[in-house]
Design a protein. Sequence first.
Length: 308
Amino acid sequence: MKNILLSLCIFLIGFSIAIAQPYKVYITVGIPTDCNGGPDLPIFNESGQEGMEFLIPQRTLPPDLAAYQSYYDVFAGGTLGLEQGTLNENVTLHLDLEYYKCSPENLKLLDAVRMSIRVIGEKTGPHDVFTYYQFNEGKKGFIKLNAKKLFEYLEKEGVKLDELVAWFYGEGFTPDLTGITYKYDEVNDPEWFYIYLDHFSKIVLGKISSPTSVKNSNQIPSRFSLEQNYPNPFNPSTKISWKSPIDSWQIIKVYNVLGNEVVTLVNQYLPAGKYEVEFDASKLSSGNYFYKLLINDFVQVKKMLLIK
């Protein structure tokens, strides 16, 4: 009987270890030749598993790819990674460094850095870049870029750091800020710029001219705080700022004097920092409004006045 129990324990331990093994990841990196599904210009490929960081190597591109060199240099030396436990299957990742701007020109967007990550799952098959490949709950992927090279490139593209926004492109090129954050710690980790992801799809760094453009000052505050909007009174737009000393889900909502919700300006997981979002009230009538910040158990409300 003891031998049977011992064998059963060994089997269960071995089974648990097998279940816990990280899934395999195969990654290819290329540059699209156009916006119409043309063939990629291959750069390199790598294989490993979740829990690893995949290095995008420094490389002088061949003459036929020379036009892409400055754009590739933004990524070179950076890494793509997945936390262990992120996946439920072995995957192949096709990372396209999109030198071409392939979004509609009439959007209020400035796309500075663009990349698409197409996934082929061993069990689930191919996933289009507009169909999010979700990670397990609480797990993240990340892209780490050299901050100096990135900021120099952004400056050339006309995007300042305090204007920078990270977003996913949804179907129809709709900017989606949910599930994507970035972090730059100028004091403690000045070399690297991090982008954190809840899923793979089409990823953009740039500038959005809209009420949902969230900006981070990159300074980690010591306490929670909701600032008075500025300007106040306002017509038709104003800016709302707040601080969070922790990484957490953060929500900004606006209400009318009857307590009815007017709009949700922010509803996403963000790292610790000081943030600012613009509220466009051009479609609302004059009067008092209230805006509320919710971060875990912290709640704060302030009043603002719209005068037209």
